[in-house]
Design a protein around this ligand. Structure first.
Ligand code: ZN
Length: 464
């Protein structure tokens, strides 16, 4: 028992996980304490790397008894600084819990441990002619435990839903070490409260997800992608309705770049070639996935013929090869690459579609009122009402982030939108939580937190 560990907690934790199961001091790599936002990088007191649910349970039992705060982590790719440890916290990484336990062809499910990377899950599903549709840029490093605890979104939510919609059941460990083994493969199960929802999207504040049964879909055999130039937001909204009607369940992405983002891509992401001139107000990427290549292609081409006839689109490029499909997606994905050029992290908000055209103009007007040289770029998963915003108000953009937050979230509050669509709250948005949640909702959230984690050891200070 060392003098820095009067209660013997650190020794006890090391004993639980064994020599391979922890790192301390300078042996802790920055990937285990620096998250993607990079705002704060404080090494944890100790990094724990358990290899089983039982070890997670023993760890939390000991930390609960000692009142020791714990910061759980997946791939550290979150965008609201929820997983980077705060002073004095112990980090708990799932990097040694990465078994794919079972793929069941008849229930179309996959049972996994929390530390499996998203890309591994996608590849395993594909090898069985199945699809795990959750997808985002961080697929190679983010983990399913992180995806579930943040209820991650991404590009195909319009068809398949968010992480919450892609999971049948979870196993989780409560703050006091109690294991809640809720694993099952039943798509229909109305036996009382759906407890898994407490752990999904709660950012590690109510319990730690250790295993999950994921819902797989049939693997589509056809893919078609188009990029369209559109004259105004009304036409974008009508094009959404048109493609939902004409493509039906084949519609798998409806992504929009405002022209301001399109121009930023041209300027700052030289390795991407934009296929249409920048004279339109909006650029819409539409994807269809289906199971009959010939019929799906005809349906797709017809849909754009009708869209052109009714003046919903001014110009269309349809990809007719895998390379061209990838090139069109590269244009959409390049929006995230603009950030390197002095822009703030992309804001993540959601709104009703019919407020979105106004929002795009008004947010720029309000920012320019304060900082006349402001440059913004809007883009996002508009089929889901989710918009991201790139912002550069000048050389000291980052110093003014709270003032920028206030302007954006204030407008979102006026429009009854959500200050987070898919990134979560973490540390970065917690002071604005009341802009999108009522007092009674926040009171119920706090009551749940107090019931499930009375001493506040799980990811304290995140969300509220
Ligand atoms: Zn997004």
């Amino acid at each position: 028992m060392s003098e820095h560990d009067p209660a013997g907690l650190i020794d006890r934790l090391k004993q639980i996980v064994g020599p391979m199961g922890f790192r301390e001091g300078t042996d802790i790599e920055s990937k285990n304490f620096q998250d993607l936002m990079g705002a704060r990088a404080v090494p944890p007191r100790l990094l724990l790397r358990p290899e089983s649910t039982e070890q997670v349970s023993e760890i939390l039992k000991a930390c609960h008894a000692a009142g020791q705060p714990v910061a759980p982590q997946g791939g550290m790719t979150g965008l609201v600084s929820a997983a980077a440890p705060l002073d004095g916290e112990i980090s708990l990484s799932f990097e040694r819990m990465k078994k794919v336990e079972e793929i069941d062809r008849f229930t179309s499910t996959m049972t996994v441990e929390a530390g499996v990377e998203l890309q591994t899950i996608q590849e395993q599903a594909e090898a069985h002619e199945l699809l795990f549709p959750l997808d985002m840029g961080a697929r190679g490093s983010c983990t399913i435990g992180g995806n579930l605890s943040t209820n991650a979104g991404g590009n195909r939510v319009i068809r398949y839903g968010m992480a919450r919609d892609l999971v049948i059941s979870v196993e989780a460990v409560l703050a006091d070490g109690t294991i809640i083994n809720g694993l099952h493969k039943l798509r229909k199960n109305n036996t009382g409260y759906d407890l898994k929802q407490l752990f999904i999207g709660s950012e590690g504040t109510l319990g730690l997800i250790t295993r999950a049964v994921l819902k797989l879909s049939p693997k589509p055999s056809s893919q078609a992608v188009a990029l369209c130039g559109v004259k105004d937001f009304d036409s974008v909204a009508n094009l959404l309705v048109h493609t939902q009607t004409s493509l039906g369940s084949n519609l798998s992405a409806f992504e929009v770049l405002w022209v301001n983002t399109y121009k930023l891509i041209k300027e700052y992401v030289p390795h991407v070639t934009v296929p249409i001139s920048d004279k339109y107000a909006f650029y819409v990427l539409i994807e269809s996935m289906g199971s009959n290549a010939q019929r799906d292609k005809e349906l797709f081409v017809d849909a754009f013929g009708q869209a052109a006839d009714s003046a919903l689109v001014e110009e269309v490029v349809i990809a007719d090869s895998d390379t061209k499909v990838n090139n069109l997606w590269a244009v959409r994905d390049a929006a995230a690459e603009v950030i390197g050029a002095g822009f703030m992290h992309a804001y993540d908000v959601s709104l009703n579609i019919d407020d979105m055209g106004y929002f795009g103009e008004e947010v720029e007007r309000r920012l320019r009122e304060v900082w006349p040289d402001t440059v913004i770029g809007l883009f996002g998963h508009i089929g889901d009402g989710n918009v991201h915003i790139l912002i550069n108000i000048g050389p000291d953009t980052k110093d003014h982030h709270l003032d920028i937050d206030e302007i954006i979230y204030g407008l979102i509050q006026e429009l009854n939108g959500a200050i987070s669509a898919e990134h979560g709250i973490g540390l970065m948005k917690r002071q604005f939580l009341s802009y999108s949640k009522s007092d009674s909702e926040i009171a119920l959230m706090k009551a749940l937190k107090n019931t499930m984690d009375p001493d506040g050891i799980l990811n304290p200070g995140r969300i509220f």
